[in-house]
Design a protein around this ligand. Sequence first.
Ligand code: AMP
Ligand code: ZN
Length: 483
Amino acid sequence: MSLHLYNTLTNKKELFKPIQEDYVRIYSCGQTIYDDVHVGNARTYSAWDILNRYLKWKGYDVFHIMNITDVGHLTDDADQGEDKVEKAAKKEKLEPMELVTRQILLFYKEIEKLNIDFADIYPRATGHMVEMIEAVKKILKHGYAYEKNGTIYFNVMKFEKDYGYPVLGGRKLEDLLAGEGGRVSEDELKEKNSHYDFALWIKADKGHMMKWPSPWGEGYPGWHLECSVMSTKYLGKVFDIHTGGIDHIFPHHPNERAQNITMNKTDEEPIKYWLHSDFITVNGEKMSKSKGNFYTIRELLEEYEPEAIRTLFASTHYRSQSDFSISSLEEAEKKLERLRNTIRKAKESKGGDKDNLLRAIENVKNEFEDAMDDDLNTPLALSKLIQFTGKINNNLDSKPNILDEAVITLEELAGILGIDLSEKREKSQDAAPYIDFILEIREKLRKEKLYSIADEIRDELQKKGLAIEDTEEGARWYIKGKT
Ligand code: AMP
Ligand code: ZN
């Protein structure tokens, strides 16, 4: 099979064919940078990391852009409310760009800890004001925008008539109009011609901090504009893949597509594949910064390993919703442990003269690839790796070079899912002798059947951030979250 991806634009799985052979250009909607990365954001970024890694594994060069929204994303997606960055900065009594700088540095750190490969460029909206103003001028000149009181709106009805405005995901604009038309307020219609018109450039009210001079007075860009401008600037007028969470299926992505088409005047479909990842929920509700029902990656990494978080993400298909709980993370830890234990046993085994594993190695590669070719079916791919651990465990008497190959295969394929199985965690040199000593005493207590004291010691050490594994040769430990 060859790689098939589910394209939200056409609502079906399609064979993936890049515009240029061997070279794939990807744009991902990234963080609105006013708070910490939460598990939902990270799951979405992990999905695109797996896409990147898999494409590279298949031999493509990948050029990946992920934007950082540091202005223009309002508290209400329909151009209403306060700027999210400005609001958060005021609350913390910081300059908006001071908050942005702090959060960007944290974002990079957490992305790295999670073993998510960095994008090639992280362009910021505030760094592209000139290009955004030029884009608004072009859309106005091409007849798809109008001005009302210093704000420039995109004319969705005209665009729909000329090009069609597929609401990605199979809904049509008229369905939305029929369903939600009643909600349009008189005040709103005084401002714009239709409920679905959206702002390209917004006039700054008195007191608004983040604003720039423009031909239409002082203002700031509408949220959707930055992605059209930055994707065109770095990837060209026509490119391969655009990704984002399902919250972008409407209105962000259809609006972005409409802007790309009208500013660049391309007859060709500008973006070939639109991929959307489903939400992480908490008790069935979307995990979101604005609802406050989130676990940040920073707090999870204090207690859990990045590899466990990546194993959890890979355990659900990117297009399925997944409810986050600590118990689901602990389940993922068990899978990770199984992968690691197998590698350890294979490395420790002296081997024998059997070569049965060779077939299993061949099979797991094919099965993994088949699963991933089917719209990146990571849960199936991961289950194939878990099955493969059973094969390795049953064949520890294989020839040493075959055991080596099995380990390399397992590490390589898990690596595509973002799960790093290499032994790079180091014990803290300062604490190591003391921890070893405490664990030796615990071992003695266990031998004396003084289990409750031994368990208390283990629990206390775990609370302090150690992971402890009891093995036949005694306890092993490492510091959670340290890579
Ligand atoms: P935001 O910072 O809200 O603009 O979101 C950054 C990225 O994370 C976007 O691609 C969103 O679609 C995605 N995202 C936000 N919340 C969740 C969630 N609960 N589950 C999965 N992805 C999410
Ligand atoms: Zn975007």
